[in-house]
Design a protein around this ligand. Structure first.
Ligand code: NAD
Ligand code: IPM
Ligand code: MN
Length: 349
């Protein structure tokens, strides 16, 4: 059986970290005798620079026909002046929508040996192992109407959620909790927003089918504080699109670098796997970016996207081994280059 993997390196450090993920996947394929076929396509600023739209039709077609998509990052300061719908980032939003990936899983944990990289105290970090389940296809990101009206100097975005959108992502969070610590914290702003009141009501209804899972609710402002003060108290954090974007970057403090965080975006069709970090334009092209987020996203792709559990574990163990041998990219205070780190992971596989 051949696995069709679409690689979308994108912008900034995207191509550098995806190169290492591809090398690791090729080695996994060799070691486990899996037939991966890779095809690389343009997206984001890289597509705009080639005079194509941010999400070229050929890229979307390939993604839709694939078994899984692995993306680096999109975003390029050269296009920051464009309206949201024309920017590199719009490609990612359109891709997520087309793939129907409504649940974005963003794990964060304390890593042995990286405790000193985190601004959090060692004893605060100890035992932290959490996952943000972020609703990915609704909320402010997609709500209509949306507009910046230059004539009136007003702008509007629309925050709207419907019951089925909340239900399906809540089920993902509860199912996941059953495989972990059996605790879900649902994060909202129900003291102010009607969308959050709906969110809370629906999550309470879904919870009735999961009597073995403990559900609590937290306001997003309080949760942001608790994440910094008591990260080990969390298991599964379920939240809407924008809150999840913000809280998952905050979770980067647990690992000590945004460069460590992977993600998986899941729906009914091919999954989309991407590091949580962006294109980091100021360090792009220098071979100094941390490839761990991309490598661990590739592992999530193996496990959740291609159902290759042993292969996923092997890749994760190899990343752990490279870190355990003391290799650190610049964001973690070391001098290991992106490609040196990737090479060590390939050897460890
Ligand atoms: P960013 O994640 O690119 O960078 C934030 C900080 O973290 C920077 O200091 C950067 O150097 C550092 N960093 C990020 N990833 C790193 C890595 N792998 N190794 C070492 N250091 C790393 O976020 P930003 O600066 O706010 O945004 C830059 C661009 O990326 C923008 O255009 C933004 O829209 C885009 N973006 C894209 C995605 C995505 O494609 N999923 C996510 C976030 C931001
Ligand atoms: C992320 C990014 C994206 C988001 C942007 C680039 C559209 O920040 O994946 O976290 O906000 O979802
Ligand atoms: Mn983000």
């Amino acid at each position: 059986m051949a696995y069709k993997v679409v690689l979308l390196p994108g912008d900034g450090i995207g191509p550098e970290v995806i190169r290492e993920a591809r090398r690791a996947l090729e080695r996994i394929g060799g070691t486990f005798q899996r037939d991966f076929t890779f095809s690389e396509h343009l997206i984001g600023g890289a597509a705009l620079k080639a005079n194509r739209p941010p999400l070229p039709a050929s890229t979307l077609e390939a993604a839709m026909a694939s078994d899984a998509v692995l993306l680096g990052a999109v975003g390029d300061p050269a296009f920051d002046h464009l309206p949201p719908g024309s920017r590199p980032e719009s490609a990612l939003l359109a891709l997520r929508k087309s793939l129907g990936v409504f649940a974005n899983l963003r794990p964060a944990r304390a890593w042995n040996g990286l405790e000193d990289n985190s601004p959090l105290k060692k004893e605060t970090l100890a035992g932290t192992d959490m996952i943000v389940v972020r609703e990915l296809l609704g909320g402010l990101y997609y709500g209509e109407p949306r507009e910046w009206n230059r004539a009136t100097d007003q702008a509007i975005n629309t925050l709207r959620y419907a019951r089925p959108e909340v239900e399906r992502v809540a089920r993902v969070a509860f199912d996941l909790a059953r495989l972990r610590g059996k605790r879900v914290v649902s994060v909202d702003k129900a003291n102010v927003l009607e969308t959050s009141q709906l969110w809370r009501a629906v999550v309470n209804d879904v919870a009735k089918s999961y009597p073995d899972v403990q559900l609590t609710h937290e306001y997003v402002d309080a949760c942001a504080m608790k994440l910094a003060c008591a990260p080990a108290s969390f298991d599964v954090v379920l939240t809407e699109n924008l809150f999840g974007d913000i809280l998952s970057d905050e979770a980067g403090a647990i690992c000590g670098s945004l460069g460590m965080l992977p993600s998986a975006s899941l729906g009914a069709g091919p999954g989309l796997f991407e590091p949580v970090h962006g294109s980091a334009p100021t360090i792009a092209g220098k071979n100094i970016a941390n490839p761990c987020g991309a490598l661990l996203s590739a592992a999530m792709m193996l496990r959740s996207g291609l159902k290759l559990d042993a292969e996923a574990t092997a890749l994760e163990r190899a990343v752990e081994a490279a870190l355990a041998s003391g290799l650190r990219t610049a964001d973690l205070g070391g001098t290991t280059s992106t490609s040196e780190f990737g090479g060590a992971v390939v050897r460890a596989i």
